[in-house]
Write a protein that binds this ligand. Structure first.
Ligand SMILES: [Zn+2]
Length: 161
């Protein structure tokens, strides 16, 4: 995503709308979040004190896998009225790719589940199956019994001697 600063009229802003079709995200194969389409943007670009100011809306679709039910679901990161300020430093074209990648990736939810996806009113089919206190208690009891049995075994051995 590059902007040609020579196309921006003096003391005015240039409205730019478009899609970034290239996969700019640099996500790795092991990331559960995957890009699911082009980054859409509608911005106004202007020059402010030797800087390029780009302000507007960005929308990027992704898919992720729910950690509970393991379903893949779609969601979008939507930055509205978002500003990017980049020094021009004598360049005629400014590449915004790194800045927008950083800001969108920072806005990604850290452990999204399927209820946060685009499907309205979704209830995760696996919700309620995790972190029930009963499960933890059961494990503790089993271990306590085991160590009790071990103690009795030791005692029995002593009695035999
Ligand atoms: Zn789920």
């Amino acid at each position: 995503m590059t902007i040609d600063t020579r196309a921006i009229p003096e003391n005015e802003s240039l409205v730019i709308e478009g899609n970034v079709v290239d996969d700019i995200w640099e996500l790795s194969e092991s990331d559960i979040v995957k890009s699911a389409g082009p980054l859409k943007f509608k911005v106004a670009a202007s020059i402010v004190d030797e800087n390029l100011l780009v302000r507007g809306d960005f929308l990027a679709p992704f898919t992720s896998q729910c950690p509970h039910c393991l379903d893949t679901f779609k969601f979008s990161v939507n930055l509205t009225e978002h500003s990017l300020l980049l020094p021009i430093e004598g360049n005629s074209t400014i590449d915004l790719t790194n800045s927008i990648r950083e800001d969108i990736l920072l806005a990604l939810p850290s452990f999204p589940n399927c209820e946060e996806g685009e499907e309205n009113n979704r209830k995760c089919p696996a919700s309620g199956k995790f972190n029930t206190e009963g499960d933890f208690e059961e494990i503790e009891i089993k271990e306590a019994k085991k160590s009790l049995l071990k103690d009795w075994e030791e005692l029995n051995k002593l009695n035999l001697d």
